[in-house]
Design a protein around this ligand. Structure first.
Ligand code: 6GU
Length: 243
């Protein structure tokens, strides 16, 4: 998978993606993260990439020309058929909410371009004529789209074949199953007076599975009751939640 990031702050990407699983995926050649500096595509001596808004109002707006030119240069290596398969994401609080379902869809693309919005926002013609996928990472406002871009890269990368050790750990994820994950414990069995639930030490796999399922249901009910309407629940699950 090739990620093409278009940003006014390429330095933001130098460190954060260089540890753990994403770094290993880069080293193994499973992903490639290409970062283009939008300012390299400006035409004046000052490298002006933003300007005042028509109609007045607070905050600067990213100009369309440098962003279009950066995207065209970045994607020029692909032929028309490939190009048509590449989602061009625009990070914006006005976008479609990033969910695991959207992450799965993105992970099936051959490459992904991500335009990082900044300042008050981007000229609407970037959304109209260039981006194909406006994406928001949640209902709060950030100063820019760089962190959202990294979040998208991280979430997509871990779904690629061979990136995360065991396919089960991806399949059994929080959210992927439609429920929040059950609690996890490792050694020591007792820590500062806090003990590991007996059932996990019992070796009874059916009991362990039942306990985990129930904890998932309890947590989902407590923190994300909205997920219960779409999760696939057994009659047992329903009885447990009702009781
Ligand atoms: Cl993608 N960008 C910005 N600036 N703020 C956000 C966001 C994106 N998603 C949630 N808040």
């Amino acid at each position: 998978m090739r990620f093409h990031v278009l940003t006014l702050f390429p330095e933001a990407f130098a460190q954060p993606l260089q540890f753990s699983i994403v770094a290993r995926a880069v080293q193994r050649g499973q992903i490639n993260i290409d970062v283009a500096d939008i300012r390299d595509y400006t035409h004046d001596a000052h490298g002006t990439a933003d300007d005042y808004q028509f109609g007045g109002g607070h905050g600067m707006v990213m100009k369309p020309e440098p962003v279009f030119e950066a995207a065209e240069a970045t994607l020029s290596g692909y032929d028309a058929a490939e190009r048509a398969q590449i989602p061009v994401i625009l990070t914006t609080p006005q976008g479609e909410l990033l969910t695991q379902k959207l992450v799965e869809e993105l992970a099936s693309s051959p490459a992904i371009a991500i335009i990082c919005g900044h300042y008050a926002g981007v000229d609407e013609r970037i959304a109209e004529g260039l981006a194909t996928r406006p994406v928001s990472i949640g209902d709060y406002v950030l100063t820019g789209g760089e962190l959202p871009a990294m979040i998208i890269i991280d979430a997509v990368t871990r779904l690629l074949p061979g990136v995360v050790g065991s396919p089960e750990s991806v399949a059994g994820d929080s959210i992927t199953t439609g429920l929040l994950q059950h609690p996890l414990y490792t050694r020591p069995a007792e820590f500062r007076g806090m003990t590991v639930p007996e059932v996990l030490l019992s070796g009874h796999h059916a009991e362990i599975d039942r306990w985990r399922r129930r904890k998932s249901l309890e947590r989902t009910l407590e923190h994300r009751p909205d997920l219960l309407s779409t999760a696939s629940l057994t009659n047992d699950d329903r009885r447990y939640l009702a009781g």
